[in-house]
Write a new protein. Structure first.
Length: 257
């Protein structure tokens, strides 16, 4: 419900991290020319575009449950096979792909275990299945700063930091093993994002994208202003450009057989 707005809102908010993450993620998956690949939970298409550059757009398919994001992805990579569908019910036949990737979407799946098993179904036996989530318990400073500030002002805030499912490597590893993947490995993928100033950091939260945005726009003006100033303080009151790190934990395994 928090990913139903314009794709531009997501790109301004998370795109500055997901775009540099995409080539690292594709590399961790071992995607190379000659493969047919699936992007699960493609969003506006940052990873889909990278995959198209590696294997050709006609060899890429993408699934996305949000109509606005699916449309944005189809516009971004017009030759890709983009379909509006959830990870747990992919509209492709068994063994249709050489790899299935889910960037920053496992923790948003209604049933991550079912999603991974469905990804296994649509790849050939022995093919790669890969997913990643932000390190919400550690090195994802943008999200961590927001939720730490929110909790300082409102102990009942639905903070993701340290609580978001699948934000830790051991959780991802257990998920992969439970899903039946073989040769499960979990590794960190590190990126960073540059902000022109504090407003460039803060303004994307007010678009209501994702859990942070949904919480932000639920506040009355006074509470939102207080949260804004608490975030500013925790970032050291920046008056010019600054950079924040972001770490994703990536799970990789192979479909049995």
């Amino acid at each position: 419900m928090t990913f139903t707005g314009p794709a531009e809102g997501y790109d301004n908010f998370m795109g500055r991290y997901s775009q540099p993450l995409a080539p690292l993620f594709a590399g961790f998956a071992g995607v190379e020319p000659g493969m047919r690949v699936l992007d699960v939970g493609c969003g506006p298409g940052a990873l889909t575009e990278i995959l198209a550059g590696l294997v050709g757009p006609d060899q890429v398919a993408a699934a996305e449950p949000s109509p606005s994001f699916a449309a944005a992805c189809a516009t971004r990579v017009p030759e890709a096979d983009v379909r509006e569908a959830p990870a747990e019910d992919l509209p492709w036949e068994d063994g249709a792909f050489d790899a299935a990737l889910a960037q920053l979407v496992l923790h948003f799946m209604t049933d991550p275990l079912a999603g991974l098993r469905e990804m296994q179904r649509v790849v050939k036996p022995g093919s790669v299945v890969i997913g990643c989530t932000w390190d919400t318990a550690g090195r994802m400073t943008m999200l961590g700063t927001f939720w730490e500030a929110a909790l300082a002002l409102d102990p009942s805030a639905p903070a993701e930091r340290g609580r978001s499912r699948l934000g830790r490597p051991e959780e991802l590893r257990e998920l992969g093993i439970s899903a039946g993947l073989e040769g499960v490995a979990v590794e960190p993928l590190d990126v960073s994002a540059t902000y022109r100033d504090f407003d460039d950091f803060w303004d994307p939260f007010t678009a209501g994208v994702g859990p942070t945005g949904a919480y932000c726009v639920s506040l009355d003006p006074a509470a939102q202003d207080a949260l804004r100033e608490e975030c500013r303080r925790r970032l050291g009151n920046p008056e010019s450009a600054f950079e924040l790190p972001g770490r994703a934990w990536a799970l990789r395994g192979r479909a049995p057989g």
